[in-house]
Ligand binder design. Structure first.
Ligand SMILES: [Zn+2]
Length: 127
């Protein structure tokens, strides 16, 4: 894999700092289980995706050989994208629905009620 457009696409899909999850890596020398997470360092000119894995490995994922997926997390609380997001009132872009409720209550001067209301509506996150 060394086509320039393909590498540019990979660099957009897996930018520096993006969180990824390993789906499959065929490496007989190390313990690289599915589900392992890591943070993208860079994509080299061969298209290999260099990742700092949570087990300390920095083995590159090779497109077409190894399989990874991008894990998208919301700004503010760091939760993984799942439900339809809310739009931040304070310029953070897409945020999780519970954080959206918090920001709305904050804006209404009701921040103190946030956790009670989120508990009542059965929504919450790490924030
Ligand atoms: Zn949140």
């Amino acid at each position: 894999m060394n086509n320039r457009e393909t590498i540019e696409r990979l660099r957009r899909e897996y930018p520096h700092g993006a969180t990824v999850e390993l789906l499959e890596m065929n490496d007989p020398y190390r313990e690289m289980p599915a589900g392992l997470r890591g943070v993208v360092d860079l994509i080299d000119d061969a298209g290999d995706i260099h990742v700092n894995w949570q087990n300390g490995s920095s083995l590159a994922a090779i497109p077409g050989v190894d399989r990874i997926r991008r894990v998208r997390v919301y700004p503010r609380c760091g939760e993984e994208y799942s439900a339809v997001p809310a739009t931040s009132r304070v310029g953070l872009g897409e945020i999780c629905p519970a954080c959206g409720v918090r920001e709305a209550l904050d804006a209404a001067g009701l921040a103190g009620l946030s956790e009670t209301i989120l508990e009542r509506i059965g929504d919450t996150c790490n924030d």
